[in-house]
Design a binder for this molecule. Structure first.
Ligand code: NAD
Length: 490
């Protein structure tokens, strides 16, 4: 009998008041790892109340003391690094190398948030008028909530959590119901730091829990990462309830390939972007606009990248790509490939209907490559979220940039070239928030904002770094008068 996971509320593990439980499945083996509760809105309300109580004291703890818990957390994450990475691979399917890389990027956010005493400083002016001083301070909001997707279970909660608590808020996480065990690791370790009870909490669940977080008057801000459909919904619901919201959505990331690109390097980089994490990155390249004579050589390096990738169980160090998250995901991706073919694309490498020996219950889709993707067709416009890569042609950089800027998503756009002039023009004109020049996964470091645009983001302030600090604080401006005549009395 698989273990039933508990919520982490008020510093304790508590059996959830849940409407029902879902299986947490290892996507490579089909094994049921545990059962995750779909918590009710009453359960969410109980955690929000605890968070509000914790906030009253926590906001008064000096920032220099608050970050001591983060230093301890960072040390515990390092100590248990390998065990956490293995949990990530088991529940999410990515390779162990990818899990380690992901967790490292998460820990970087903990490190950056340790600088909060400087990062959350305000500013001031003496004598804005005679005898009048003005200054701005940043204060925390209260209880802030975070809803995360399945594809980066170790990193995405850490895009938010460290900044939220370092600035003095209490933090309530609703992790993806598909990958709840990694978040349970984070809670266990935070519990060991001695963090006051209720400052960080976790409630498992699905739509009911998310709706409750958006609606509850005690939640001041919602950070969301997931598909565009749900990001748009959460943004509308949370802001209608008067909250701050930052909602990161889906993506359709295009790489423009110019004839002067280093093709071998480009094939390696784009291949890794397209097929790494089984294409389940919001920064996966899933489409190339190949300009002029770049087409033939680029198609060949991509064919090699697709055919040579070793697909297998993520815990096997030799695997270069794992399964996709669920049977539904596999069916959806395979259907989209078929739809692309019916619309006129030519399949060069077909990853459908494949299995890995010994892992017959896994949700496998092997790397798939298509050429001649028609403009406006399914493969050119739909987020595939699988290891599928399509090629389109253009005659010029102008045409390619026009295509990128006509896309509804704006998470990332990449250019491969050896021309500085082309790169300069592209980085200035491309309408996407994260730009890669000879890079296929342009994931900003923790001290930069993760800057999706258009349908990839709803809100103003993004995740990570200074944007995180601004999102989780409200500014207060104090103007005070001390007439010189009064000071002369002493
Ligand atoms: P998802 O939208 O299905 O789920 C995300 C979260 O929303 C989960 O916690 C889930 O429980 C909750 N949820 C799902 N349906 C809901 C509903 N109807 N109402 C309220 N809450 C709901 O996304 P996913 O499949 O877990 O993750 C993949 C998606 O996330 C992809 O589209 C990917 O591009 C995107 N993503 C974006 C970024 C980014 O930074 N822009 C990063 C990672 C993933």
């Amino acid at each position: 009998m698989a273990t039933q996971l508990s919520n982490f509320v008020g510093g304790h593990w508590k059996k959830a008041r849940a409407s029902r439980y879902l299986d947490v499945v290892n996507p490579a083996t089909g094994e049921v790892m545990s059962k995750v509760p779909l918590s009710t809105k009453e359960e969410v309300a109980r955690a929000v109340t605890q968070g509000m109580e914790a906030f009253r004291d926590w906001r008064r703890v000096p920032a220099t003391d608050r970050i001591q818990y983060l230093f301890r957390f960072k040390n515990l994450l390092e100590k248990h690094f390998e065990d956490i990475a293995r949990t990530m691979t088991r529940e999410c399917g990515k390779t162990i190398v990818e899990s380690r890389g992901e967790l490292r990027r998460g820990i970087e956010n903990v490190e950056v948030a340790c600088g909060i005493p400087s990062l959350m400083q305000g500013y001031n002016n003496e004598d804005v008028a005679r005898g009048i001083d003005e200054h701005m301070v940043r204060q925390p909001l209260g209880v802030v909530a975070c809803v995360t997707p399945f594809n980066f279970p170790g990193m995405i909660p850490l895009w938010f959590l460290p900044y939220a608590i370092a600035t003095g808020n209490s933090f309530l996480l609703k992790p993806s119901e598909k990958v709840p065990e990694t978040s349970a690791w984070l809670m266990r370790l935070l519990g060991q730091t001695g963090l006051p009870q209720g400052v960080v909490q976790m409630v498992h669940g699905g739509k009911e829990a998310v709706d409750a977080l958006c609606d509850h008057a005690g939640v001041r801000a919602v950070s969301f990462v997931g598909s565009t459909r749900v990001a748009r919904y959460v943004y509308a619901r949370a802001t209608a309830a008067g909250k701050r919201a930052q909602c990161q959505g889906g993506a359709k990331n295009t790489a423009i390939i110019l004839p002067d690109a280093d093709m071998e390097m480009t094939g390696d980089i784009v291949g890794d972007s397209a097929f790494g994490c089984a294409g389940q990155r919001c920064l996966a390249n899933s489409l190339a606009i190949v300009v002029g004579s770049a087409h033939e050589p680029f198609m060949e390096v991509m064919r090699e990248a697709a055919q040579s990738r070793r697909v297998g169980y993520g815990l096997d160090e030799a695997s270069q790509m794992g399964p996709v998250i669920s049977p539904q995901s596999k069916a959806r991706i395979e259907d989209l490939i078929g739809e692309g073919e019916r619309e006129g694309a030519r399949i060069l490498v077909d990853g459908r209907r494949k299995v890995v020996d010994g892992f017959e219950n896994g949700h496998w889709v092997f790397p798939t490559l298509l050429d001649g993707v028609p403009q406006g067709g399914t493969l050119a416009t739909t987020e595939l979220f699988g290891p599928v890569f399509g090629l389109m042609r253009a005659d010029s950089l102008d045409e390619a940039i026009e295509f990128v800027n006509g896309q509804t998503y704006g998470n990332m756009a990449c250019l491969f070239t050896s021309s500085g002039a082309a790169a300069r023009r592209f980085r200035s004109e491309a309408e996407a928030g994260n730009i890669g020049i000879n890079l296929g996964v342009a994931a900003p470091m923790a001290f930069y904002p993760f800057s999706g645009w258009k349908d990839s983001f709803f809100g103003t302030l993004h995740a990570q770094g200074r944007h995180g600090v601004e999102f989780y604080t409200q500014t207060k401006v104090v103007i005070e008068r001390w007439p010189p005549a009064w000071t002369r009395r002493f």
